[in-house]
Design a binder for this molecule. Structure first.
Ligand SMILES: Cc1ncc(C[n+]2csc(CCOP(=O)(O)OP(=O)(O)O)c2C)c(N)n1
Ligand SMILES: [Mg+2]
Length: 343
């Protein structure tokens, strides 16, 4: 079946040069490159059979986690999903611990017990990712309810795919969070696909904000490849949540460059994607757009970019070889951490 093109699937304007702060732009630029290069390393390793479990890569979507994370505090509780490398690295860029986890090493974020889809790092505010689609959404709502009951200032943030909103529990979560006026931000990463299926084969509309409207949750729909806008808008939205104004819904349109799982760009779980779609979205590369803006503003140059890329490549190489040499968990510890107790 042919699917319709997403209405905003045209090259969009350069990010606006208003309301920027130079250091802030460079920080976000670096963060996006670290995430992209880390995932490209994982794609290479997967292609070369160096990783056992599946990896879901979010190359092309880096602006979302990076923009939102600028406004998250360590006391907040952030929940991811099966495609969460960026969600975690934007809070804690410890690529060594991510590599170790994906290589099932004892030194990984989840002690080598979880792999790419079970990441956790509470000190940075990342309360977990799981492969069960929508599985973390009620957890995030529960954390927001707890924060409210305990009169804590923290908020919950949960990343939800366009596929995940099709799970009934997500609709219950929207409704419940509104009824109880909970401090939660629903971040909807609308990349148009759930596994191999385009949204037009699954839903009557591409616009997921209709669920916010139905639940009377204030919402914004933004270009998910514009990191400056995401950072600025999400600050305003998050401030409102911290002020006790209740849940907020942020829909971001984006696209992932790789297929649903693993390293291939051209094939998505056996279904050919349109190459022209992919190429159009590549023109909206969040990293390239921010670089263009920074060059235009005279705060960065191509020379600096080459230097930065080299530094990050080196860090990735060191982290990867260190993780490769690390030990696996002890076989006797296999049932540890299955049930909650003080670890
Ligand atoms: C409850 C459940 N149903 C189905 C799956 C299989 N599955 C894994 S990812 C995925 C698609 C999710 O799409 P979306 O939420 O849009 O996230 P994206 O992969 O686009 O980031 C599906 C159907 C699953 N893991 N869990
Ligand atoms: Mg999706």
């Amino acid at each position: 079946m042919k699917y319709k093109l997403f209405k905003s699937n045209k090259p969009q304007k350069l990010v606006s040069s208003k309301n920027y702060n130079h250091k802030f732009l460079i920080k976000m630029f670096k963060s996006m490159i670290v995430i992209r290069k880390t995932e490209q390393q994982l794609a290479w390793a997967k292609k070369n059979n160096l990783i056992q479990g599946p990896v879901h890569l979010g190359v092309g979507q880096e602006a979302i986690a990076v923009g939102i994370s600028q406004n998250i505090k360590k006391t907040d509780k952030v929940f991811g999903n099966h495609r969460s490398h960026s969600h975690l690295l934007a809070l804690n860029p410890n690529i060594y611990k991510l590599f170790a986890e994906i290589l099932a090493k004892k030194t990984g974020f989840s002690k080598g017990m979880g792999g790419s889809m079970h990441l956790i790092d509470k000190p940075s505010g990342f309360y977990g990712s799981v492969p069960i689609v929508a599985g973390t959404v009620p957890l995030a709502v529960g954390a927001a309810l707890a924060a409210k009951i305990q009169k804590k200032k923290s908020i919950s943030v949960v990343y939800i795919g366009d596929g995940a909103v099709e799970e009934g529990v997500v609709q219950e979560c929207f409704n419940f969070s509104r009824n109880y006026n909970l401090p939660i931000l629903f971040v909807i990463e609308n990349n148009l696909f759930a596994s191999h299926m385009h949204i037009s084969l699954r839903q009557p509309s591409h616009d997921l904000c209709r669920f916010a409207i139905d639940n009377k949750i204030p919402y914004e729909v933004l270009d998910g490849n514009n990191v400056v806008k995401i950072a600025n808008k999400s600050k305003k939205i998050i401030d409102k949540i911290r002020d006790g104004k209740g849940p907020r819904f942020l829909e971001l349109s984006t696209y992932r460059w790789y297929g649903h799982v693993d390293w291939r760009e051209d094939i998505d779980v056996g279904v050919n994607r349109s190459l022209s779609d992919l190429n159009n979205w590549k023109k909206k590369d969040p990293i390239g757009r921010l670089l263009k803006l920074m060059i235009k503003l005279n705060i960065f140059s191509l020379k600096k970019e080459i230097k930065l890329n080299k530094e990050i490549d080196k860090k990735i190489k060191i982290a990867w070889s260190k993780a490769l040499k690390d030990p696996y968990p002890n076989k006797n510890s296999i049932l540890n951490y299955v049930f909650s107790k003080k670890n």
